[in-house]
Design a protein around this ligand. Structure first.
Ligand SMILES: Cc1cc2nc3c(=O)[nH]c(=O)nc-3n(C[C@H](O)[C@H](O)[C@H](O)COP(=O)(O)OP(=O)(O)OC[C@H]3O[C@@H](n4cnc5c(N)ncnc54)[C@H](O)[C@@H]3O)c2cc1C
Length: 425
């Protein structure tokens, strides 16, 4: 067997938002860490340019990013807070309104470009003495032996680690190499993403209208524009993408009932296929999956990367615990603890999003009546709305330590503190 050219304790394949967060969360634990990333992140772009891929980040994600020392940089590069959320049904018209003030919270989350989050984390990794960034680099072959994970890179080098983590996204190469199957299905929907300018102020509110062909969201951006995520059946999405800008804007205004006035400007549009996908298991000896490599969820409630950050924070907790107890970080004793903590939670969220998608795309009059009555009743039930907001914000119980509300006597990696960074909530 070829001797490894490089040896690490932990290799993370995929340095996107989730993989970079895991490496940053494990930095300082006494491990040698490598991040293998295929594409160098972009470092500069014109100030007025906003990338099409944005995510709504929850409070739990914000806390993690604060503790990893990335949040300040994210704010510097641009994070748009949203303080309210308005959701309504196109058929029947019932609506629900969420306001962060009802929870005593400053906001319900932030809309952040994915590349901003990745870059802020990446800069932290560049400054970390225990992290090696192998980029651009890609795996050619992955072999799991009883003792190690061996990664043959496409450039001919072989890297060995006690634990290899697949954070390489929805079409994960690591997952495929490890022979981990997935369950799920393609939604018959594509999400059209674009940025638009509207004539009325967005009011730092995230808006979502449920149409029978899929939900349409307007998310507030710092410069007054909105980022739209329009999920539509494949056929409808194809029709919409074929329209010129003027015709598309007319359809968009009609679909959104002109709630924010006229839509006067639109940039580039892209359509992304949507899929529900869940890895049948997350771990094997010396291997774990996190983020979209483990689960892909419908974007209707903006939960995908938030779940991925919880995976990263949980795995960092379990690795810290293993090290403290003298256990192998790649052993099943360690990895099953991670899987037990996250797989059920992720399954619950995948199921809930799938249920919402099905409920709102159904035009059966009985179901339409029931869901409108339910939505209207929920809007009047303050405790229920608060519980829903707490869940969406990630304020619940049982969170990994780096995402928890700061305990009064914080300290040490498993007490939710890094780099002496204090959190606001
Ligand atoms: C339309 C839309 C809207 C969304 N909105 C939200 C939202 O509001 N909130 C939210 O929480 N989530 C949202 N999501 C989901 C979110 O985008 C994903 O959950 C998130 O990007 C997953 O992050 P990741 O790091 O796991 O994977 P990715 O972002 O896919 O990153 C994977 C990384 O691995 C690298 N890579 C891939 N293969 C290899 C390889 N073989 N070797 C080395 N490197 C490799 C890639 O270059 C990339 O950097 C949305 C998704 C869609 C489609």
């Amino acid at each position: 067997m070829k001797t490894p050219d490089l040896a690490f304790d932990l290799i993370v394949v995929g340095g996107g938002m989730v993989g970079a967060a895991l490496a940053a969360a494990c930095s300082g634990l006494g491990l040698t860490i490598a991040v293998v990333e295929a594409r160098e992140p972009r470092r500069h772009w014109p100030r007025s340019e906003i990338d099409l891929r944005v995510s709504a980040l929850s409070r739990a994600s914000q806390r993690l990013l604060e503790r990893l020392g990335a949040w300040e940089r994210i704010q510097e590069l641009g994070a748009s807070p949203y303080r309210e959320m308005r959701v309504w049904d196109a058929v029947g018209g019932a609506s629900i309104h969420f306001d962060s003030a009802d929870l005593g919270e400053p906001d319900l989350g932030h809309i952040v470009e994915n590349r901003v989050t990745q870059l802020a984390l990446w800069e932290r990794l560049e400054a970390a003495p225990d992290v090696s960034l192998l980029c651009p680099a890609q795996g050619g072959l992955l072999t799991l032996t009883p003792d190690l994970a061996l990664l043959d890179l496409a450039d001919g080098r072989r890297a060995a680690a006690r634990l290899l983590v697949g954070a390489d996204g929805r079409d994960s190469w690591v997952r495929e190499q490890a022979g981990i199957t997935t369950s799920g299905w393609d939604y018959d929907q594509h999400a059209i993403v674009a940025h638009v300018r509207v004539t009325r102020p967005h009011g730092e509110t995230a808006w979502q209208r449920f149409l029978p062909t899929g939900p349409l969201a307007f998310l507030p951006l710092l410069d007054g524009r909105c980022s739209i995520v329009w999920s539509a059946t494949e056929e409808r999405a194809r029709e919409l993408m074929a329209l010129d800008d003027a015709a598309f804007l007319a359809e968009l205004e009609a679909a959104f009932e002109r709630r924010l006035g006229s839509v006067t400007e639109i940039g580039h549009r892209a359509a992304l296929p949507l899929r529900l996908q869940h890895a049948d298991f997350y771990v094997k000896p010396h291997l774990a999956l996190i983020g979209d490599a483990a689960h892909a969820v419908h974007p209707l409630a903006g939960q995908g990367v938030n779940l991925g950050f919880l995976d990263a924070a949980q795995l960092a907790d379990n690795l810290g615990e293993a090290l403290a107890r003298g256990r192998d970080i790649g052993g099943l004793w360690t990895l099953r603890r991670y899987e037990r903590a996250r797989r059920g939670e992720n399954m619950r969220m995948l199921g809930a999003m799938d249920g919402f998608k099905r409920l709102f795309s159904n035009s059966d009059p009985l179901l339409v009546g029931l869901r409108n009555a339910g939505l209207a009743a929920a809007d009047r039930l303050a405790p229920l709305k608060r519980a829903f907001m707490r869940e969406a914000l990630g304020l619940g119980e049982g969170l990994p330590s780096l995402t928890r509300r700061r305990a009064p006597a914080a300290g040490g990696p498993n007490q939710g503190s890094r780099d002496g960074i204090e959190t606001v909530n």
